[in-house]
Write a protein that binds this ligand. Structure first.
Ligand code: ADP
Ligand code: MG
Length: 249
C-alpha cells in the first residue's frame, strides 16, 4: 500500500475526458514523477488530489483516509502541501514575513492561538522560520521584498513555505517551468536535499527530463488521461510507448 492510492479516477470537462480510470500508487518516502505531453491530464490529476477538483468516479486515499469530499484546507491539514505552477507568494511582504504565513495556518490549527499567546511561542515560530530559510539557503535574503526576487528564488521561497508545514506529501506542478538552467539545477539540489533529509514523499509533474531523471524513483507516463507506463527511470528512457506519446504531441 502506498501513502497515496488513486483508484479508477475519471474526470470529464463537458465532452472532454481529461482523466480515464487513472490508477496510481505512490510509495512512502519516494519521489514519483508524472510526465506526459501537454493536455495529458497531469494538472487535473493533481487538482483531484488536493480537493480543487472532485473526480467523477474513483477513489483517492492518502495515508489510509479518503481525501474525496474534503476541502483543500482539510486536505492540507491531512499533510498534503502543493507547490503551484506559478509561485503563490506574497510579493508585498518580505521573505521572512512570507515564511510566517503558513505557520499561522498550520495543520493542527493550534499555532494561530499559540502565536499570540506568549512571547516564548512567538520566538519559537521566528526561530523555526529562520531555520527553514537556512535549510533552503535563503537566510541572507530574509529582508528582501519577495516580489523583487528571481523566479528561482520565488520558487525556493514557495517550497520553504510548504515545507515549514511539515507535509507528509509534497506535490509539485512543474516546479522548474520557465526557470534558467542555473535555477533549475539549484531546484534539483534543493529537492534532493529535502528528499534525503526528511520523512517526506514527493509527487512531481515535470516537463524537464533532466529534472525527472535526477529525482524520480518511479515515473508514470500519462497520455490522453490514461497512464501508459509506470516504471523505474532506467526503463522509461527509450520506452517505445513513451516515445510514441511524445512524438504524437
Ligand atoms: P496537463 O497538465 O497534462 O497539461 P491538464 O490537466 O491541464 O493537462 O488538462 C487536461 C485536459 O483537460 C486538457 O485538454 C485541458 O484543456 C482540459 N481542461 C483542464 N482543466 C479544464 C477546465 N477547468 N475546464 C475545461 N477543460 C479543462
Ligand atoms: Mg499542467
Amino acid at each position: 500500500m502506498g501513502i497515496l492510492e488513486v483508484k479508477d479516477v475519471s474526470k470529464r470537462f463537458g465532452g472532454l475526458k481529461a482523466l480515464s480510470d487513472v490508477n496510481l500508487s505512490v510509495a512512502q518516502n519516494t519521489c514519483h514523477a508524472i510526465i506526459g505531453p501537454n493536455g495529458a491530464g497531469k494538472s487535473t490529476l493533481l487538482n483531484c488530489l488536493v480537493g480543487k477538483l472532485i473526480p467523477d468516479t474513483g477513489s483517492v486515499m492518502f495515508d489510509g483516509q479518503s481525501v474525496l469530499g474534503r476541502s483543500p484546507h482539510e486536505i492540507n491539514q491531512m499533510g498534503i502541501s502543493r507547490v503551484f505552477q506559478t509561485p503563490e507568494i506574497f510579493g508585498d511582504l518580505s521573505v521572512f514575513e512570507n515564511m510566517m504565513i503558513p505557520l499561522f495556518a498550520r495543520r493542527d490549527g493550534a499555532y494561530r492561538m499559540h502565536a499570540y499567546e506568549s512571547v516564548a511561542s512567538e520566538k519559537e515560530l521566528v526561530s523555526r522560520a529562520l531555520q527553514m530559510l537556512e535549510d533552503v539557503n535563503m537566510a541572507d535574503k530574509r529582508h528582501m521584498h519577495a516580489a523583487s526576487m528571481s523566479r528561482g528564488d520565488k520558487r525556493r521561497l514557495e517550497m520553504a513555505m510548504c515545507l515549514i508545514q511539515e507535509p507528509k506529501l509534497l506535490l509539485l506542478d512543474e516546479p522548474t517551468a520557465g526557470m534558467a538552467r542555473a535555477d533549475t539545477n539549484n531546484t534539483i539540489d534543493l529537492l534532493r536535499q529535502i528528499k534525503d533529509s526528511r520523512d517526506i514523499t514527493i509527487a512531481i509533474i515535470e516537463h524537464d527530463m533532466h529534472v525527472v531523471f535526477s529525482l524520480a524513483d518511479r515515473i508514470t507516463v500519462l497520455a490522453q488521461g490514461t497512464p501508459l507506463v509506470e516504471d523505474v527511470p532506467e526503463r522509461i528512457k527509450g520506452h517505445p510507448k513513451v516515445k510514441e506519446a511524445y512524438l504524437g504531441e
